[in-house]
Design a protein around this ligand. Structure first.
Ligand SMILES: Nc1nc2c(ncn2[C@@H]2O[C@H](COP(=O)(O)OP(=O)(O)OP(=O)(O)O)[C@@H](O)[C@H]2O)c(=O)[nH]1
Ligand SMILES: [Mg+2]
Length: 306
């Protein structure tokens, strides 16, 4: 019961965040008749919702087929059909290695997207579920980064390894791995400095971190998750494309879906880049992170019933 309430709370929070998008779709789906005008307006609403032209068109083609196949005449039925198509577009069947056993989770992204906050939330969630996380403060670049992360580590009751500001991030990770072994931890969470994909030295630094992990923990799978701020819309898509070119991403975390985000960018990232979305951030608090669930997300976006 409590779990259900919690899920509801989160679901309505996501819906609140997406209310602008919901409103467009609601207005559209409450009118009568499935005709050309409907498809045109729907395409416009999808693009306004940040789904991007290609994804919007792909989904519309799919919807046209479903409407024909199932002989749908009501917009309410078309809405449910679209929700299924959206859910399929954002679903993944790749297992999330962090849930499968000991793992490393490397968090990357540009400045200010929510990397450090998300590490704190993830550390808390896994500690509560009985895992033994350890945090590596590999953002040695920004002043006070380690202090900020240290506060999250305290809140989550999780140990953290840090060095002085300006130290080599790969050396922090090296020491964190020693500590991870000594303390018999089973989840290493690595926070990194905000970086632009076109800053070569920062990208090299990331690769150096990857090499240290691969060398020191060869049998432990490493997930590399890119954090994207959903309120930045198409810019988030561009960031994801750029990071995919220079490092091996295994997934994405979308933050700030409680804010002014229109949410459709989630569909576009998953559909066009084929990287699984693993978590979404719906607030600044330690509990405001949730597993990404394809069906819940599609329902929240279109405001269909769960
Ligand atoms: N509303 C909202 N705010 C968030 C969310 N996630 C993070 N934030 C806020 O975003 C701001 C930046 O978060 P950080 O975690 O410091 O971001 P970062 O990527 O580590 O930033 P740098 O280390 O400077 O690159 C903070 O004010 C967070 O509270 C979210 O899901 N929702
Ligand atoms: Mg940070």
């Amino acid at each position: 019961m409590e779990k259900k309430d919690k899920k509801k709370g989160w679901f309505s929070r996501l819906k609140e965040g997406l209310h602008k998008t919901n409103d467009w779709f609601s207005t559209l789906f409450n009118k009568d008749g499935i005709n050309d005008a409907f498809y045109e307006e729907l395409e416009e609403a999808m693009i306004l919702a940040d789904m991007g032209m290609d994804t919007a068109e792909r989904l519309l083609d799919g919807l046209r087929d479903k409407v024909k196949e199932q002989k749908l005449t009501e917009r309410a039925d078309a809405k449910n059909a679209l929700a299924l198509l959206i859910a399929d577009a954002v679903r993944t069947d790749k297992p999330f290695m962090v849930d499968e056993g000991p793992a490393v989770l490397l968090i990357v992204g540009v400045n200010g997207v929510g990397k450090t906050t998300t590490i704190g939330k993830i550390a808390n969630e896994y500690a509560l579920s009985g895992r033994k996380p350890l945090i590596a403060a590999a953002d040695t670049f920004r002043a006070a980064a380690a202090e900020q992360l240290g506060e999250w580590a305290n809140r989550a009751g999780v140990p953290m390894v840090r060095h002085q500001e300006g130290a080599d991030p790969a050396a922090v990770v090296f020491d964190a791995i020693a500590s991870y072994r000594a303390k018999a931890c089973d989840l290493l969470l690595v926070d990194t400095a905000g970086r632009l994909h076109n800053k070569k030295n920062l990208m090299n630094e990331l690769n150096k971190i990857r090499r240290v992990i691969a060398r020191e923990l060869p049998d432990v799978p490493c997930e590399v998750l890119l954090v994207l701020d959903a309120t930045t819309g198409q810019n988030a898509v561009a960031q994801a494309e750029a990071f995919l070119e220079v490092c091996e991403l295994t997934g994405v975390i979308l933050t700030k879906l409680d804010g002014t985000a229109k949410g459709g960018v989630t569909v576009q990232i998953s559909d066009t880049l084929k990287v699984p979305i693993r978590f979404i951030g719906v607030g600044e608090g330690i509990d405001d992170l949730r597993r990404f669930d394809a069906d819940d997300f599609a329902a929240a976006l279109l405001e269909t019933d769960e």
